[in-house]
Design a binder for this molecule. Structure first.
Ligand code: PSU
Ligand code: MN
Length: 303
């Protein structure tokens, strides 16, 4: 399979330096312009400052790219014809030479093929509310089952059915590791009433579990859940009120399938007058820091 790398990522792969993969759906469908661009670049800078190398993944005119250039990231943030690509969309978008942003599912698939062991995002997709009738379960979950990679997030998004998402991850054998917490963070909130599978107290510990997961021949990803900083978060009640309002709007407008997550995120942002975007920014930067530290620890262990 042909993957295009930028100079920085190619060098890092060659010299076995610590790499952190990043997705592009959060840029094209997760954050409003122009903050999407500013944050995507700041996330990359945060990773570099920690001493690791960022590799943002996307599809440009059909070409699979691991490690977008700064100009390409800006273009991803500006264009309105970028297709949100989960696994099922990759072949079509690639063959037809379109621009595609990769979700968690597509990004971890491509990151692993490129030889990267750490991936950072905001929140993963999961089992949607009312999945018992809609069957809407994000491909992110099944890909986490199949892809050995550390995925750092701020927990499943609270717009989901969290209880079902947690059960689904258990069925799939994906360990949900709390970073310095034994309670599951829910994206907008640093804590919840759900327990994580195990808690780690450091990046070293997270890297060690992953290394051991590989040694044991377990194919799954390790999901590291890093709570959003408390000073930039909603309370559980605030989040739930906003989510209920946004879900009602989505239902009224008949929004479903791949449009649901982007719609809810932008509606919640509108209803909260930009506060949810502020939270989203804080948590992704926070995840980038931890992801970079884990990548560095893993790299030390491997060399
Ligand atoms: N979390 C965010 N913003 C996002 C997403 C997650 O804060 O834009 C994206 C991710 O790319 C994730 C996708 O993989 O939403 C899930 O979409 P779906 O529920 O349609 O599988
Ligand atoms: Mn879906």
């Amino acid at each position: 399979m042909k993957i295009r790398f930028n100079e920085e990522v190619r060098e890092a792969l060659k010299n076995k330096r610590p790499l952190v993969a990043l997705e592009t759906t959060i840029i094209s469908h997760g954050m409003p312009y122009p903050r999407n661009i500013e944050i995507a670049l700041e996330v990359e800078e945060t990773i570099r400052k920690e001493g690791a190398i960022p590799a943002t993944i996307g599809i440009i005119e059909g070409e699979i790219v691991v490690g977008l250039t700064k100009e390409e990231i800006i273009e991803f943030g500006k264009r309105e014809d970028v297709i949100k690509c989960s696994l099922r969309d990759l072949a079509y978008v690639s063959l037809n030479k379109r621009w595609g942003s990769t979700t968690v599912a597509a990004s971890i698939n491509l990151a692993k093929k490129a030889g990267i062991d750490v991936f950072v995002t905001g929140g993963i997709g999961g089992v949607h509310r009312n999945a018992e009738t809609t069957f809407d379960i994000s491909a992110d979950l099944d890909e986490l089952e199949k892809t050995q990679i550390i995925t750092v997030c701020a927990g499943p998004k609270a717009i989901l059915d969290v209880a079902k998402t947690v059960e689904y991850l258990e069925t799939k054998g994906v360990p949900v590791i709390g970073y310095k917490t034994s309670k599951l963070p829910l994206f907008y909130t640093p804590t919840s009433n759900f327990n994580v599978t195990h808690k780690v107290n450091s990046a070293e510990e997270a890297a060690a579990i992953y290394a051991h997961q590989i040694k044991l021949g377990l194919p799954q990803a390790i999901l590291v859940c890093n709570p959003v900083p408390k000073e930039a978060s909603f309370t559980l009640e605030e989040a739930e009120n906003l989510i209920m309002l946004a879900l009602k709007e989505a239902k009224k407008k008949g929004i479903k399938g791949k449009e649901e997550t982007p719609f809810l995120l932008s509606k919640i942002n509108e209803l909260s007058k930009g506060r949810s975007q502020y939270i989203n920014e804080a948590l992704i930067i926070n995840n980038a820091k931890i992801g970079a530290r884990i990548a560095i620890c893993l790299n030390k262990g491997q060399s």
